[in-house]
Design a protein around this ligand. Structure first.
Ligand code: GLU
Length: 441
């Protein structure tokens, strides 16, 4: 059965980049009728925070990316210990004692000599006595996986045939000196144990994939299918890494972005399919194919989310946004009429507030000098409210007859006097919702 997972580390809020990964894995699972696992990669007790675990779940729930199963790496340490023992028994695991400074120095020397900065495996030559002495002096070493220095090849679901020379990669550290298991091993164990069939993640993980394929082989496991999506850049192609902090999903929610707008964009951006606003998740699942994504960096512009949000809102009924209308204090019997008037004139739901305030309190009139007399005369022709569906028509007809103005010269100054704005909802529909017209005096 198709099984995918989204595996965030709970060390911060998740952002659009993470969403891309989560969504691709989610859609693959849903399309195949399979299982989507939320795996919390919390092997680092210092950096992992419970508040981020909760926040990640809230963010995914907000978007409707529901998981079938949740797992936490911190509860699975025994399995990682077993896997480490297996690697040790197989002669693929060795302890190394270099300090970060020493490693840094080695890297610099290699680079100076024009060589790739790959760990030189000096620790493999340590005798038992030397190791004991180093352990006594420096504490436990790190444990490195001994790569087979061959080419590692796989057919990537996005990139296609991929081949990495293991000799160009350092033997990965799988256990830190303080005993902490690192993600590289934990992920291999989990992906196998949980029956993960497809792993989609960012192209920054390609080297991890190469080493993980070898670790899986060493443990006697088959590897899942891998696909590496390109990384997001800003609209001009600039690196997004520094700005991702401001593109947290919760910030977008705060700014009023609607889930379907965000999902519609992220499920197609960077693929050969056009970005179109979709009505629900089923539509997104339907047309999704990870193979349609390209390898070029994917430009992301947060501004694209707002027109999609506006269009999504325009397609909603008053019933769909009832909680927002209630919160604004729109009486139940006016909600449908108010929503009809307002929805064409908002980008996010927060904009409703200004239109409701206009209905309740009226607006400071906007009157050009040359229109002063015209407006004074027009206002004497505006009866007292409440207004109905015909009020605007009959009023403007009366004003036209009295002043001889017509077209834009008639309607625009009236709109500005009544709403304080040059643009906005259909006046015939708006006027009946207005309690006060301040320009009436
Ligand atoms: N915790 C890892 C990350 O967030 C997971 C990577 C993976 O999908 O294997 O980068």
């Amino acid at each position: 059965m198709t099984t995918t997972r989204f595996a965030p580390s709970p060390t911060g809020y998740i952002h659009v980049g993470n969403l891309r990964t989560a969504l691709m894995n989610y859609l693959i699972a849903r399309k195949a009728g399979g299982t989507f696992i939320l795996r919390i990669d919390d092997t680092d007790p210092e950096r992992s925070k419970e508040e981020y675990v909760d926040a990640i779940k809230q963010d995914l729930e907000w978007l409707g990316l529901t998981w079938d199963r949740v797992e936490r790496q911190s509860e699975r340490i025994d399995m990682y210990v077993d896997a480490a023992n297996k690697l040790r028994d197989a002669g693929r695991f060795y302890e190394a004692f270099e300090t970060p400074t020493e490693l840094d120095l080695k890297r610099k020397k290699q680079l100076n000599m024009g060589k790739p900065p790959v760990y030189d495996r000096a620790a493999l030559n340590l005798s038992d006595d030397e190791k004991a002495a180093l352990r006594a002096e420096r504490g436990d070493g790190v444990w490195r996986f001994k790569l087979n220095q061959a080419r590692i090849e796989w057919k990537d679901g996005i990139v296609g045939d991929t081949s990495i020379d293991a000799a160009s990669v350092s033997d990965p550290v799988l256990i830190r000196g303080d005993g902490q298991f690192l993600y590289t091993l934990a992920s291999v164990v989990d992906d196998t144990d949980m029956g993960v069939t497809h792993v989609v993640r960012g192209s920054d993980h390609v080297t991890n994939t190469a080493t993980q394929i070898q670790i899986m082989e060493a443990l006697g496991f088959d590897h899942p299918e891998f696909a590496h999506h390109s990384l997001l850049t800003g609209p001009q192609g600039e690196a997004l890494s520094k700005r991702l902090g401001t593109l947290a999903l919760r910030d977008l929610r705060e700014q009023g972005v609607q889930p379907m707008a965000l999902l519609s964009l992220m499920a197609r951006l960077g693929s050969s399919d056009p970005v179109e606003l979709r009505g629900d998740m089923a539509e997104l699942v339907d047309g999704f194919d990870v193979a349609r994504f390209g390898t070029a960096p994917t430009k992301f512009d947060v501004q694209d989310l707002f027109p999609l949000t506006a269009r999504h809102l325009q397609a909603q009924s008053a019933e769909d946004v009832k909680s927002e209308l209630d919160a604004l204090g729109v009486p139940a019997d006016q909600q449908a009429a108010f929503w009809d008037v307002a929805r064409e004139n908002i980008t996010t739901l927060a904009d409703l507030q200004q239109w409701w305030a206009l209905c309740q309190e009226g607006a400071e009139p906007l009157i050009a000098d040359e229109d002063k007399d015209f407006i004074s005369e027009a206002m004497t022709l505006l009866p007292e409210g409440p207004y109905d569906a015909d009020s605007w028509k009959s009023w403007t007809t009366a004003v036209k007859d009295a002043t001889g103005r017509k077209g834009k010269g008639l309607f625009m100054p009236l709109r500005k006097a009544v709403t304080g704005m040059e643009r906005g909802p259909d006046m015939g529909a708006l006027l009946p919702l207005m309690k006060v017209v301040r320009a009436r005096g």
